[in-house]
Design a protein around this ligand. Structure first.
Ligand SMILES: NC(=O)c1ccc[n+]([C@@H]2O[C@H](COP(=O)([O-])OP(=O)(O)OC[C@H]3O[C@@H](n4cnc5c(N)ncnc54)[C@H](O)[C@@H]3O)[C@@H](O)[C@H]2O)c1
Length: 287
């Protein structure tokens, strides 16, 4: 891949939000020239408290090689409608989630390239060595992670700018995997939020049931659940530590009792649209 040798001019819109602060902290540690834009009083204060200056949105985007739109998904339609027309020809509009892009809510321009990049978060199988790596469960601080990115351009120079930006904002990054925006939406939300995050919440509900309804001592329940969650994921995802025959019977009972027969419909295009419409507070997705 072409690599970037010069520093970039980057604008971060929503610099005082959760992702905005994370990507800004990392960009501030690079040689790139970064303009920080934020419109809420609390977000502006967080940006200033971090020692960063605020820039007017229009000035920031008109000068940027790449604009990172770190605003809430529900605000992306209005924010891109306002700012994409102000962007430099040939620049890249980067959003951090595929939902609004796949739903067709973003303002497009023929001479502005659309890109999306989402952090993978550090793998549960990452070989962490330092306390900082163990503490960094989200990624972007000390624990290396991959990222998934999509860019609607074949220009190697544009891909190199995106790659350099993604490696900077989500650092430390191991690999950047390139997919289409639709594939990114099939991964996130469907694979990871709809399935994996839901199962995480279900585990917590099951823990609460064992403790609060059944009266099992919390320390005991938490301890056996945390250990078995690791074994279940290592077995389920990598085939480590084969389960006993009795465990397979209990798993089958769990599947019959908890999982609906047609659950894989969540990967269908019409179901993805329904999911995204709910996430974006729309009646439906119009294509
Ligand atoms: N939070 C996460 O864990 C996470 C993870 C991956 C991707 N994302 C994506 O990152 C994006 C941002 O999400 P977030 O959770 O950081 O949101 P957030 O609500 O924490 O922050 C958004 C920030 O944008 C600011 N903002 C809103 N409109 C603005 C405007 N017109 N001009 C300047 N600033 C404006 C808000 O004041 C706020 O500070 C979303 O697309 C989200 O899907 C979030």
């Amino acid at each position: 891949m072409t690599t970037i040798t010069d520093s970039l001019t980057v604008a971060v819109i929503g610099a005082g939000g959760k992702m905005g602060m994370r990507v800004s902290n990392n960009l501030a540690a690079t040689d790139h020239r970064v303009a920080y834009v934020e419109n809420s009083p609390a977000g502006r204060q967080r940006t200033l408290d971090a020692g960063r200056e605020l820039t007017d949105a229009r000035a920031a985007v008109s000068d940027a090689d790449i604009v990172v739109f770190a605003v809430p998904d529900l605000a992306l339609q209005a924010v891109t409608a306002e700012l994409v027309p102000q962007m430099k020809p040939g620049s890249i509009a980067l959003t951090l989630d595929p939902a609004a892009a796949y739903a067709g809510l973003l303002t497009d321009r023929d001479d502005v390239i659309r890109a999306v990049a989402h952090p993978c978060h550090p793998s549960i199988f990452l070989r962490r060595t330092t306390p900082e790596e163990y503490a960094d469960t989200f990624g972007g601080i000390a624990a290396p992670q991959d990222s998934i990115a999509a860019i609607e351009s074949d220009d190697p120079q544009k891909k190199a700018i995106l790659d350099a930006t993604v490696r900077a904002i989500y650092a430390p990054v191991i690999d950047v995997h390139y997919v289409t925006i639709k594939q990114l939406a099939q991964l996130e939300p469907t694979l990871v939020e709809t399935v994996a995050c839901m199962i995480g919440a279900l585990l917590n509900e099951a823990l609460s049931e064992a403790v609060n309804t059944m009266g099992v001592p919390e320390d005991a329940a938490r301890s056996i659940l945390y250990g078995h969650t690791q074994v279940a994921l290592a077995n389920g995802l990598r085939g480590d530590n084969p389960f006993s025959d009795a465990c397979h019977i209990a798993m089958e009972y769990g599947r019959e009792s908890i999982v609906k027969d047609d659950w894989k419909k969540i990967f269908r295009d019409d179901e993805l649209d329904k999911n995204l419409a709910r996430m974006l507070h729309l009646d439906s997705i119009e294509r």
